[in-house]
Design a protein around this ligand. Structure first.
Ligand code: NAP
Length: 328
């Protein structure tokens, strides 16, 4: 009978956080594998341009994520291309179940599954998805060349995507529910200076209507006057934040009210050997550089944890001292 393989570390998710964790783990000589259901890269692959990752004044999101992946793979990182269906914490080792029915085991696990676009939840949103409703300008913008599009949201993503779409579309309406954008000042200024973008302040979308060929109009409501009107458009791009992909987070792991996981500064959870990093972690800001930093921190902490476990003869371990108690 073959002996069960127990990795030192399994990383779930191949975005900037997961890949950064892999780089640090491989350099710490941990027996590591990264599990990713698609192509490594994460959400950043959807960004047209990244301008705030140190060392790169301008770089395409796909190019940056390719560089992360190449860097991690240069250490001969084992990549398992599978969807993870379950993460079962154990006292001796953690078990990860894969969609193909196989199981992997590890002393430590770093969960880096990020988040997904938040939906508006209005009539016509789901029905017209892929027919004019989109959550990714870089992926779908090309189909709206010379057309009119509505972008909904007021954060960094909505601003960046509106700017990207303004290069392709005939006209971009940016619909925001308040009279002030949430996006960073530099993006706000660019949006306001782009003559192809018209901002519709204090406005919410209440319905997306189909036309003869995909989306035909968005019903808008003025939040001050409560007046409604129909704005003809060929597309509706929705960027109103994202929801954490926390489906694999084991029961009993502390989360905040929005479903982001609460950790200490080492990205440790209250489950020994389980670390949460990147956009899934409760934190002040969500940035590529912060996901990469989380990956570094968690991998270093995991290396120390694994070393301690091995020195102790891989006995079951207790929860990190003081975590979520009065000391934290
Ligand atoms: P976000 O910062 O949470 O902004 C979401 C926007 O959508 C807000 O303007 C919000 O309005 C609006 N909104 C939320 N729910 C809504 C609803 N039901 N109806 C209408 N509008 C709604 O999300 P994000 O822009 O996706 O950014 C997520 C994180 O990634 C942020 O930390 C952001 O800084 C970061 N990010 C950074 C960059 C960059 O640095 N270049 C690029 C992309 C994202 P209110 O303002 O009224 O709340």
């Amino acid at each position: 009978m073959t002996e069960k393989r127990i990795h030192d570390l399994l990383i779930i998710g191949g975005g900037p956080g997961g890949l950064s964790a892999a780089i640090y783990a491989m350099r710490a000589a941990l027996d590591t594998a990264l599990i990713e259901k698609g192509v490594p890269g994460g959400q950043v692959t959807m960004s047209d341009e990244v301008e705030n990752y140190p060392g790169f004044k301008h770089i395409g999101g796909a190019e940056l994520s390719m560089k992360f992946a190449e860097h991690a793979q240069s250490y001969d990182l084992e990549i398992i291309t599978q969807e993870v269906t379950d993460l079962v914490p154990g006292l001796e080792y953690h078990t990860i179940r894969l969609a193909n029915g196989e199981e992997c085991h590890a002393l430590s696990v770093i969960l880096a599954t990020g988040g997904s676009p938040r939906k508006l939840g209005i009539p016509g949103e789901d029905d017209n998805y892929g027919k004019g409703v989109s959550y990714c300008g870089v992926c779908d913008g090309f189909f709206f060349k010379g057309k009119t599009v509505v972008v909904i949201g007021g954060g960094d993503t909505a601003a960046e995507e509106a700017l990207y779409l303004a290069k392709l579309a005939k006209k971009v309406y940016l619909v925001h529910r308040r009279d002030e954008l949430r996006a960073s000042m530099i993006l706000q200024q660019r949006v306001k200076n782009d003559c192809n973008i018209e901002i519709l302040w204090n406005t919410v979308a209440t319905e997306i209507k189909a036309g003869s060929d995909g989306v035909g109009a968005v019903v808008l409501k003025d939040t001050k006057s409560a007046e409604t009107r129909e704005l003809p458009t060929d597309g509706a791009f929705i960027f109103i934040g994202f929801v954490p992909n926390n489906q694999l987070v084991p029961a009993g792991t502390k989360m905040n009210a929005d479903g982001f996981v609460v950790t200490n500064e080492k990205c440790e959870t209250n489950t020994p050997g389980l670390y949460i990093i990147g956009d899934l972690r409760d934190k002040y800001a969500r940035q590529i550089v912060l996901s990469a930093a989380d990956g570094c921190m968690a991998a270093l902490a995991a290396a120390h944890y694994v070393e301690t476990r091995k020195a102790a003869g891989i006995e079951a371990c207790e929860a990190p001292a003081g975590l979520f108690g009065t000391e934290n």
